[in-house]
Design a protein around this ligand. Structure first.
Ligand code: ZN
Ligand code: MN
Length: 266
């Protein structure tokens, strides 16, 4: 096999992978969402796909085509759904898409599904679709051993890495939209898609502990970023990538009897 990405495989190679005991598919999920003036709209999808690729190589899993649209961006975690460049799904659509795709993978014979999330607002709606799909699959004799794992990649950054990446102090994942985390990972994984000369230097967003409807664009920074990416670097991206991929791979190996042999299919 020359690629861990399903979109690159022919159907016969795919069929051989699916049939292996412990076969595992990772579905990366992201969004189409503005990320300030210095990064493209596809950051969340690009990062989840790239991280899933590294984890797949370590664990013997394969990676499904990325979910490029996500649930509505919110002012307190993604700048807000009103911003130009942000194009989102509603809850029922995202839940239904996850249910449909996961059901299809389990029906074709994958033993395990991992959803590796890269867009904060997606989580609960993926949870719903994944829970429903796995429950139904386990009711069938052929899918009785189906298992799944849902995770957001930033939850795997440990304290020691946080201290290295944010030496001035870490202020929370909610304001990292378009900030040091995502920009550092992009500088490592897709440097040609980042323009550091356009990074806006402003203090972190001051967010209310509640939401209002309709959204008020004046309450979040005009840049569209919830904190400045001035401290971003590819070196910090490497620290983040290593921490995340090592610990995600370890978690998957602990939770799922992974089919280590899938990479030997040629
Ligand atoms: Zn993002
Ligand atoms: Mn996002």
């Amino acid at each position: 096999m020359t690629s861990v990405f399903l979109e690159d495989l022919d159907a016969e190679t795919y069929a051989a992978i699916v049939a292996k005991e412990g076969s595992t598919v990772i579905i990366p999920t992201g969004a189409t969402e503005q990320h300030g003036p210095h990064m493209p709209l596809g950051v969340d999808a690009m990062l989840s796909k790239a991280i899933a690729g590294v984890v797949a190589e370590r664990t013997g899993a394969v990676v499904a085509p990325v979910f490029a649209y996500g649930y509505k961006s919110q002012p307190r975690s993604g700048g807000g759904n009103h911003r130009v460049g942000t194009t989102s799904l509603g809850a029922a659509s995202l839940t239904g898409m996850v249910d449909d795709v996961v059901s299809s993978f389990l029906g074709q014979g994958f033993s395990h599904v991992v959803v590796l999330n890269g867009h904060f607002e997606n989580y609960q709606f993926i949870y719903e679709g994944l829970d429903n799909a796995v429950s139904r699959a386990r009711d069938r004799a052929a899918g009785a051993n189906s298992r799944a794992v849902l995770l957001s990649y930033w939850d795997f950054v440990d304290e020691a890495t946080l201290e290295q990446v944010f030496p001035e102090g870490f202020l929370g994942w909610d304001i990292e939209h378009g900030g040091v985390l995502e920009t550092s990972l992009m500088l490592l994984l897709h440097p040609e898609k980042v323009d550091m000369s356009r990074v806006v230097d402003h203090p972190p967003a001051k967010l209310t502990p509640y939401d209002i409807f309709p959204e008020d664009p004046a309450r979040t920074p005009a840049s569209g970023c919830l904190s400045s990416a001035m401290g971003a670097s590819a070196e910090r991206g490497q620290l983040l990538l290593d921490a995340v991929t090592t610990q995600v791979a370890a978690a998957l190996e602990g939770e799922l009897p992974l089919g280590k042999t899938t990479l030997e299919v040629s």
